[in-house]
Design a protein around this ligand. Structure first.
Ligand SMILES: NC(=O)c1ccc[n+]([C@@H]2O[C@H](COP(=O)([O-])OP(=O)(O)OC[C@H]3O[C@@H](n4cnc5c(N)ncnc54)[C@H](O)[C@@H]3O)[C@@H](O)[C@H]2O)c1
Length: 344
């Protein structure tokens, strides 16, 4: 009984266990936001390794450790360790981010699984926006804009196209126009709405009911007068919108205000730190809306910003979903931590 084994899952095995099942991810992420809203979690502020000020994350890169415990039926402890090197796709032909997740039994603390977290991380980020769109987009939203044709906007589209059922048209802009075209070709086989690559960020944003900014830009380009009444703006990356623009939003929601404020990097935090808006203008956290303790969208006119930092609890819960499916289906390899501990 003293032997400790854990399940190892490569990226291919994560996918075989349902890693790309966005319906499953959406359900898990929404449940996790509900538990967050009820306070059934433990999550310290995430430490980051950087080689300079926050803006260098988009040049040199960074690494974050994201530990969490999530309660309810999930009842799991874990950590995601995720480097982000923005030049990877261009210089090395590998993804910007490359994550590893460890799950631990919350009572003995022993590891139960180690797995690729790259797919899980992108899927849970997309699903968080899908849940945000469910509560914060207009019911009849039909046009979506995507700025950035990278990994994140793939999962943003997978999720949002499921939670905004009236969606008909998607406009995609990337500074790399070939990439935007390739994105449209690829994603057209996966989602219903018609996809179109456009020639500027303005075309991807102006007149849309919802738009996502998910780039590695170090400069703000979103212009407030492009944003129409009733629009939902989801800012996934950090520097695309200037803090001064935040005065135009009727409501600003985040996923974890304490961590965002502490990091002072996301546009919602910079707008508060720079005195553009008072802290009281932060309307709340998505978990509070899902748990029913705060209202989301209340009128069709409201311009709403959702500015998430990404929750470690969502990595742990989504990894738990994959772990449980993998165990049930016999996917993955069992590895020993030890046969018998040398010291007790
Ligand atoms: N908030 C969260 O929860 C969360 C989670 C994961 C990633 N992120 C952030 O999302 C961002 C995107 O990640 P990714 O994995 O999609 O990266 P990626 O490298 O796969 O894609 C980024 C894309 O942005 C494009 N781009 C750069 N500058 C642009 C500009 N000015 N206008 C239009 N396109 C531009 C690039 O050409 C590239 O195609 C990163 O900044 C990352 O840190 C946030």
């Amino acid at each position: 009984m003293q032997a400790v084994n854990f399940l190892y899952l490569s990226q291919e095995e994560v996918i075989a266990a349902g890693g790309l099942d966005m319906d499953g991810t959406l359900a898990m992420v929404e449940d996790t936001f509900r538990l967050w809203g009820k306070g059934d979690y433990v999550q310290p502020t995430k430490p980051a390794i950087r080689w300079g000020p926050p803006i260098t994350e988009n040049t040199r890169g960074r690494v974050i450790a994201m530990p969490a415990y999530i309660g309810g039926d999930i009842d799991m402890l874990g950590i995601k360790w995720i480097p982000s090197m923005p030049m990877n796709p261009v210089k090395h032909g590998i993804p910007r981010a490359c994550a590893l997740i460890v799950l631990n039994d919350p009572y003995t603390g022993v590891p139960v699984a180690v797995m690729d977290g790259t797919v899980i991380s992108a899927m849970r980020t997309g699903a968080a926006s899908g849940v945000a769109a469910k509560y914060l987009a207009k019911q009849d939203a039909s046009i979506l804009g995507l700025v950035g044709a990278g990994v994140q906007n793939r999962t943003q589209l997978m999720a949002i196209s499921r939670t905004i059922p009236a969606l008909k048209e998607v406009r995609v802009f990337d500074v790399n126009q070939d990439k935007a075209r390739g994105f449209c070709e690829d994603m057209a086989t996966q989602v219903q709405p018609a996809l179109r690559a456009v020639g500027s960020a303005r075309e991807a944003i102006e007149g849309t009911d919802a738009f996502v900014t998910a780039t590695v830009s170090s400069e703000a380009y979103v212009q407030p007068d492009w944003i129409k009444d009733g629009a939902l703006h989801i800012e996934i990356s950090s520097w695309d919108t200037h803090p001064s623009a935040l005065v135009i939003y009727d409501k600003i929601f985040v996923d974890d205000w304490k961590t965002i404020k502490h990091g002072a990097k996301h546009v919602s935090a910079r707008a508060v730190v720079e005195g553009v808006i008072p802290e009281s203008r932060i309307s709340g956290e998505l978990g509070e809306i899902v748990a029913g303790t705060k209202p989301g969208r209340e009128t069709d006119k409201e311009k709403i910003l959702f500015n998430p930092i990404g929750l470690p609890v969502n990595d742990v819960s989504e990894a738990t979903r994959i772990f449980r499916v993998a165990k049930e289906k016999g996917i993955g390899r069992t590895l020993p931590l030890w046969e018998k501990p040398i010291w007790v």
